[in-house]
Design a protein around this ligand. Structure first.
Ligand code: PGA
Length: 253
Protein backbone atom coordinates (compact mmCIF):
# COMPACT_ATOMS: atom_id res chain seq x y z
CA UNK A 1 0.00 0.00 0.00
CA UNK A 2 1.27 3.44 -0.85
CA UNK A 3 2.17 5.75 2.01
CA UNK A 4 -0.25 8.59 2.52
CA UNK A 5 0.72 11.97 1.18
CA UNK A 6 1.34 14.93 3.47
CA UNK A 7 1.17 18.42 1.97
CA UNK A 8 2.45 21.10 4.35
CA UNK A 9 2.66 24.84 3.83
CA UNK A 10 5.54 26.76 5.32
CA UNK A 11 4.39 30.35 5.48
CA UNK A 12 7.73 31.55 6.90
CA UNK A 13 7.54 35.13 8.21
CA UNK A 14 4.37 36.04 6.34
CA UNK A 15 0.81 37.01 7.35
CA UNK A 16 -0.44 38.57 10.56
CA UNK A 17 -3.16 36.82 12.58
CA UNK A 18 -6.02 38.50 10.71
CA UNK A 19 -4.49 37.61 7.36
CA UNK A 20 -3.79 34.07 8.56
CA UNK A 21 -7.43 33.52 9.47
CA UNK A 22 -8.50 34.89 6.09
CA UNK A 23 -6.07 32.69 4.16
CA UNK A 24 -7.18 29.57 6.01
CA UNK A 25 -10.80 30.62 5.49
CA UNK A 26 -10.17 30.66 1.73
CA UNK A 27 -8.24 27.39 1.80
CA UNK A 28 -10.73 25.39 3.85
CA UNK A 29 -13.44 24.79 1.24
CA UNK A 30 -10.76 24.02 -1.37
CA UNK A 31 -9.23 21.16 0.61
CA UNK A 32 -12.31 19.89 2.40
CA UNK A 33 -12.39 16.63 0.49
CA UNK A 34 -8.64 16.08 0.44
CA UNK A 35 -7.54 12.52 1.06
CA UNK A 36 -3.98 13.51 1.89
CA UNK A 37 -2.98 15.23 5.12
CA UNK A 38 -2.90 19.02 4.86
CA UNK A 39 -0.88 21.20 7.24
CA UNK A 40 -0.21 24.93 7.47
CA UNK A 41 3.02 26.06 9.17
CA UNK A 42 2.42 29.56 10.46
CA UNK A 43 4.36 32.20 12.45
CA UNK A 44 4.11 31.79 16.24
CA UNK A 45 1.84 34.81 16.68
CA UNK A 46 -0.63 33.38 14.14
CA UNK A 47 -1.04 30.06 15.95
CA UNK A 48 -4.15 30.98 18.00
CA UNK A 49 -5.90 32.44 14.95
CA UNK A 50 -4.88 29.48 12.80
CA UNK A 51 -6.03 26.91 15.35
CA UNK A 52 -9.38 28.67 15.53
CA UNK A 53 -9.67 29.02 11.76
CA UNK A 54 -8.97 25.34 10.97
CA UNK A 55 -11.79 24.14 13.25
CA UNK A 56 -14.24 21.98 11.35
CA UNK A 57 -11.66 21.16 8.69
CA UNK A 58 -8.96 18.53 8.35
CA UNK A 59 -6.16 21.08 8.18
CA UNK A 60 -3.44 20.61 10.80
CA UNK A 61 -1.38 23.46 12.23
CA UNK A 62 2.40 23.56 12.53
CA UNK A 63 4.80 25.94 14.23
CA UNK A 64 8.06 26.70 12.44
CA UNK A 65 10.52 26.01 15.26
CA UNK A 66 10.69 25.22 18.98
CA UNK A 67 13.28 25.42 21.73
CA UNK A 68 14.64 22.26 23.37
CA UNK A 69 14.09 23.28 26.99
CA UNK A 70 10.64 23.16 28.56
CA UNK A 71 10.99 26.62 30.10
CA UNK A 72 13.63 28.92 31.51
CA UNK A 73 15.84 31.91 30.82
CA UNK A 74 15.74 31.81 27.01
CA UNK A 75 14.51 35.24 26.00
CA UNK A 76 12.52 35.21 22.80
CA UNK A 77 12.16 31.44 22.59
CA UNK A 78 9.09 29.18 22.51
CA UNK A 79 9.09 25.66 23.94
CA UNK A 80 7.59 22.55 22.44
CA UNK A 81 5.51 22.21 25.61
CA UNK A 82 4.02 25.65 25.04
CA UNK A 83 3.04 24.72 21.50
CA UNK A 84 1.48 21.49 22.64
CA UNK A 85 -0.48 23.26 25.38
CA UNK A 86 -2.15 25.46 22.73
CA UNK A 87 -3.27 22.50 20.67
CA UNK A 88 -0.54 22.68 18.04
CA UNK A 89 0.18 19.23 16.55
CA UNK A 90 3.19 19.76 14.30
CA UNK A 91 6.48 21.61 14.32
CA UNK A 92 8.94 22.23 11.49
CA UNK A 93 12.50 21.71 12.73
CA UNK A 94 15.85 22.29 11.06
CA UNK A 95 14.64 24.37 8.14
CA UNK A 96 17.64 25.58 6.13
CA UNK A 97 16.71 29.19 6.89
CA UNK A 98 17.05 28.38 10.61
CA UNK A 99 20.34 26.61 9.95
CA UNK A 100 21.70 29.37 7.68
CA UNK A 101 20.53 32.55 9.40
CA UNK A 102 19.85 31.59 13.00
CA UNK A 103 22.67 29.28 13.94
CA UNK A 104 20.82 25.98 14.01
CA UNK A 105 23.29 23.08 13.84
CA UNK A 106 22.80 19.33 13.48
CA UNK A 107 23.08 19.08 17.26
CA UNK A 108 20.56 21.81 18.09
CA UNK A 109 18.25 20.27 15.52
CA UNK A 110 18.63 16.94 17.31
CA UNK A 111 17.77 18.59 20.64
CA UNK A 112 14.71 20.32 19.20
CA UNK A 113 13.48 17.06 17.66
CA UNK A 114 13.86 15.30 20.99
CA UNK A 115 11.98 18.05 22.84
CA UNK A 116 9.18 18.12 20.28
CA UNK A 117 8.67 14.36 20.52
CA UNK A 118 8.74 14.53 24.33
CA UNK A 119 6.01 17.17 24.19
CA UNK A 120 3.86 14.94 21.99
CA UNK A 121 4.29 16.88 18.75
CA UNK A 122 4.86 15.48 15.28
CA UNK A 123 8.04 16.80 13.66
CA UNK A 124 8.63 17.92 10.10
CA UNK A 125 12.41 17.54 10.00
CA UNK A 126 14.16 19.40 7.18
CA UNK A 127 17.41 18.25 5.63
CA UNK A 128 19.13 19.26 2.42
CA UNK A 129 22.35 20.25 0.75
CA UNK A 130 23.75 23.58 -0.43
CA UNK A 131 24.46 24.05 -4.11
CA UNK A 132 28.23 23.78 -3.53
CA UNK A 133 27.71 20.45 -1.81
CA UNK A 134 25.62 19.13 -4.69
CA UNK A 135 28.27 20.29 -7.15
CA UNK A 136 30.95 18.51 -5.11
CA UNK A 137 28.93 15.32 -5.24
CA UNK A 138 28.34 15.05 -1.48
CA UNK A 139 24.54 15.45 -1.44
CA UNK A 140 24.05 11.88 -0.27
CA UNK A 141 26.56 12.16 2.55
CA UNK A 142 25.19 15.52 3.72
CA UNK A 143 21.56 14.39 3.75
CA UNK A 144 22.39 11.07 5.41
CA UNK A 145 24.44 12.82 8.07
CA UNK A 146 21.82 15.48 8.80
CA UNK A 147 19.17 12.77 9.04
CA UNK A 148 21.24 10.51 11.31
CA UNK A 149 22.25 13.26 13.70
CA UNK A 150 18.74 14.74 13.92
CA UNK A 151 17.34 11.29 14.71
CA UNK A 152 19.98 10.49 17.32
CA UNK A 153 18.01 9.38 20.36
CA UNK A 154 14.71 8.90 18.49
CA UNK A 155 13.24 5.41 18.94
CA UNK A 156 11.74 3.29 16.19
CA UNK A 157 8.27 3.73 17.68
CA UNK A 158 8.65 7.49 17.66
CA UNK A 159 9.37 7.48 13.92
CA UNK A 160 5.61 7.51 13.30
CA UNK A 161 5.79 11.12 14.53
CA UNK A 162 8.66 12.10 12.26
CA UNK A 163 8.08 13.45 8.76
CA UNK A 164 11.28 14.18 6.85
CA UNK A 165 11.39 16.97 4.29
CA UNK A 166 14.18 16.82 1.73
CA UNK A 167 14.80 20.44 0.82
CA UNK A 168 17.80 21.18 -1.40
CA UNK A 169 18.79 24.66 -0.27
CA UNK A 170 19.43 25.81 -3.85
CA UNK A 171 15.81 25.11 -4.70
CA UNK A 172 14.23 27.01 -1.83
CA UNK A 173 12.58 30.24 -2.87
CA UNK A 174 14.63 30.31 -6.06
CA UNK A 175 12.09 29.02 -8.54
CA UNK A 176 14.69 26.39 -9.39
CA UNK A 177 13.07 23.05 -8.56
CA UNK A 178 14.96 19.81 -8.29
CA UNK A 179 14.02 17.50 -11.13
CA UNK A 180 11.63 14.75 -10.19
CA UNK A 181 14.51 12.29 -10.55
CA UNK A 182 16.80 14.31 -8.28
CA UNK A 183 14.06 14.66 -5.68
CA UNK A 184 13.27 10.97 -5.77
CA UNK A 185 16.91 9.94 -5.66
CA UNK A 186 17.58 11.84 -2.44
CA UNK A 187 14.25 10.93 -0.83
CA UNK A 188 15.13 7.27 -1.52
CA UNK A 189 18.55 7.76 -0.03
CA UNK A 190 17.05 9.30 3.09
CA UNK A 191 14.71 6.31 3.28
CA UNK A 192 17.75 4.00 3.08
CA UNK A 193 19.30 5.96 5.91
CA UNK A 194 16.15 5.50 8.01
CA UNK A 195 16.21 1.82 7.10
CA UNK A 196 19.79 1.52 8.31
CA UNK A 197 18.77 3.02 11.64
CA UNK A 198 15.37 1.41 12.22
CA UNK A 199 14.88 -1.32 9.64
CA UNK A 200 12.95 -1.47 6.40
CA UNK A 201 9.45 -1.63 7.91
CA UNK A 202 9.91 1.70 9.64
CA UNK A 203 11.58 3.16 6.57
CA UNK A 204 8.73 2.00 4.34
CA UNK A 205 6.19 3.80 6.49
CA UNK A 206 8.15 7.03 6.99
CA UNK A 207 6.73 10.04 5.15
CA UNK A 208 9.45 11.82 3.16
CA UNK A 209 8.48 15.08 1.49
CA UNK A 210 10.21 17.14 -1.13
CA UNK A 211 10.43 20.92 -0.68
CA UNK A 212 11.92 23.68 -2.82
CA UNK A 213 9.91 25.72 -5.30
CA UNK A 214 7.15 23.13 -5.49
CA UNK A 215 4.16 24.74 -7.14
CA UNK A 216 0.86 24.02 -8.84
CA UNK A 217 2.54 23.18 -12.15
CA UNK A 218 5.41 20.95 -11.03
CA UNK A 219 3.77 19.19 -8.07
CA UNK A 220 2.17 16.35 -10.01
CA UNK A 221 5.46 15.20 -11.51
CA UNK A 222 7.32 15.40 -8.20
CA UNK A 223 4.55 13.64 -6.27
CA UNK A 224 4.37 10.84 -8.84
CA UNK A 225 7.83 9.69 -7.74
CA UNK A 226 7.74 6.54 -5.63
CA UNK A 227 9.78 7.92 -2.73
CA UNK A 228 8.24 11.41 -2.64
CA UNK A 229 5.37 11.33 -0.15
CA UNK A 230 4.36 14.94 -0.16
CA UNK A 231 5.65 18.46 -0.17
CA UNK A 232 6.79 21.24 2.10
CA UNK A 233 5.71 24.32 0.25
CA UNK A 234 6.81 27.89 0.87
CA UNK A 235 5.80 30.54 -1.65
CA UNK A 236 2.92 28.62 -3.22
CA UNK A 237 1.38 27.90 0.18
CA UNK A 238 0.50 31.59 0.52
CA UNK A 239 -1.87 31.34 -2.44
CA UNK A 240 -4.89 29.20 -1.51
CA UNK A 241 -5.71 28.15 -5.07
CA UNK A 242 -2.13 27.11 -5.79
CA UNK A 243 -1.77 25.26 -2.49
CA UNK A 244 -5.10 23.51 -3.08
CA UNK A 245 -3.91 22.52 -6.56
CA UNK A 246 -0.86 20.86 -4.99
CA UNK A 247 -3.14 19.06 -2.53
CA UNK A 248 -5.21 17.73 -5.40
CA UNK A 249 -2.05 16.68 -7.27
CA UNK A 250 -1.23 14.56 -4.22
CA UNK A 251 -4.73 13.10 -4.20
CA UNK A 252 -4.46 12.23 -7.87
CA UNK A 253 -0.87 10.96 -7.81
P1 PGA B 1 9.63 27.45 -1.41
O1 PGA B 1 10.03 27.14 0.11
O2 PGA B 1 8.49 26.54 -1.77
O3 PGA B 1 9.22 28.90 -1.41
O4 PGA B 1 10.83 27.18 -2.24
C1 PGA B 1 10.05 25.82 0.57
C2 PGA B 1 10.50 25.80 2.01
O5 PGA B 1 11.35 26.62 2.37
O6 PGA B 1 10.02 24.98 2.80
Amino acid sequence: MRRKYVIAGNWKMNKNPTEAAALIGELKPLVNDARCDVIVGVPFVDLPAALEAVKGSKIGVAAQNCHWEKSGAFTGEISAEMLKSMGVEYVIIGHSERRTYFGDTDITVQKRVRAALDAGLTVILCVGEYLEQREQGVTGEICAMQTKIALGGVSGNEMSRIIIAYEPVWAIGTGRTATAEQANEVCALIRDTVSGLYGSRTADSTIIQYGGSMNASNAAELLAQPDVDGGLIGGASLKPADFAAIVSSADNA
